[in-house]
Ligand binder design. Structure first.
Ligand SMILES: N[C@@H](CCC(=O)N[C@@H](CS)C(=O)NCC(=O)O)C(=O)O
Length: 336
């Protein structure tokens, strides 16, 4: 009787899983992953003059395509504004949202989506003109601040001013383009957004050197990819794609040495490359899913440096985004 109940329970779990596990099937059938991305943010998501997309989030999308298709180019990028990004995921227009999006409880619980992890630990900051002679955000009493609608930046901004009993004139814009242009034209004393975006947007100003970033970081902005709720297999695939990139860095597996690594006798590396165990199959992916990710896109460190770090115009320090065993907080559960 107990055995029968167990079999029945397993059958139900299996049925529930196969009913929900539609996204991978849809993506495979379509032959391409639809990825919601930022279309105007250098370092995170931006097409170049030839239409070739680049960025940390863009590479996360490519890594998911690599894991599924062993082809990192099977991605259609859909540029999304801050305001429209969640509807695009909810409606099924995109399979995955990777657009410098902060993981918060309200977004996680009320929008029908799930955040899979954090691909960039960020925090909100301020940029001002050097000529304003301000060295701290605490000197911004009475200042006008340009900010983008539909972002976490709006609430953090008003919280910060209220907490410090400072007067705020916030000037809001629907897009980053408008907000940055208005700031550059002198319509606001300061511009506020995620710290990483400040590095990126500063490069778009008429004279980048006339502006400084103030030292205060006023919020936690864990940026990460999100998927629709209700498809655990798809949730796992995107989650473990990110974890594979982080684990690869920890195991010193790079896009350059991945072929040699396939012959490694190290047990962790054997599990990673698929010569031991069947972790890819368990996820619904090919055996060499993690090899494809690293070979075609790179490990987390390579992707970080290329897009936002030392190998990019942004030159952002790894900071919190260093691995946990190198002084940062990037940490992935093991592949085993
Ligand atoms: N991480 C914050 C902010 C995200 C955000 O939209 N940031 C602006 C800062 S520049 C942006 O990317 N705008 C680009 C655009 O709208 O084209 C959030 O999730 O709300």
């Amino acid at each position: 009787m107990k055995r029968f109940a167990n079999i029945l329970a397993l059958a139900f779990i299996f049925m529930a899983q196969s009913a929900a596990a539609q996204t991978l099937k849809t993506v495979k059938g379509r032959g391409v992953l639809n990825c919601g991305s930022n279309g105007t943010l250098a370092g995170f998501g931006l097409p170049d003059a030839n239409g070739k997309w680049a960025g940390l989030d863009v590479d996360l999308c490519r890594a998911v395509a690599a894991a599924i298709f062993n082809d990192a180019e099977k991605v259609k990028f859909v540029p999304l504004s801050a305001k429209d990004r969640f509807t695009a995921l909810q409606s099924g227009e995109v399979d995955l949202l990777a657009r410098d999006t902060t993981w918060t409880v309200s977004r996680d619980s009320s929008l029908g989506l799930n955040f899979v992890g954090v691909n960039y630990y960020d925090g909100q900051g301020f940029m001002v003109r050097k000529a304003l002679n301000v060295n701290s955000a605490l000197e911004l009493n009475g200042a006008s601040v340009c900010v983008q609608q539909g972002t976490t930046s709006e609430l953090n901004l008003s919280d910060f001013f209220r907490t410090h009993n400072m007067q705020l004139k916030s000037v809001t814009f629907a897009t980053a383009n408008e907000a940055v242009k208005a700031y550059d034209a002198g319509r606001c004393d300061a511009y506020t957004t995620d710290g990483s975006s400040l590095y990126s947007e500063r490069l778009r100003l008429a004279n980048a050197n006339d502006h400084i970033l103030l030292p205060e970081i006023i919020s936690k902005e864990p940026l990460g990819p999100a998927v629709r709720q209700g498809d655990d297999q798809w949730f796992d695939i995107v989650k473990w794609t990110l974890f594979a990139m982080i684990n690869a860095e920890e195991l010193n597996i790079t896009s350059k040495n991945i072929d040699e690594m396939k012959a490694s006798t190290d047990p962790d590396i054997k599990r990673f490359v698929g010569s031991d165990g069947n972790y890819g199959e368990q996820l619904g992916l090919p055996k060499e899913w993690a090899v494809s990710i690293v070979k075609l896109v790179g490990n987390y460190g390579e992707v970080f440096e290329r897009n936002v770090g030392s190998g990019s115009p942004l030159k952002i320090d790894r900071g919190l985004n260093k691995l946990w065993n190198k002084g940062g907080i990037q940490y992935a559960p093991p592949i085993r």
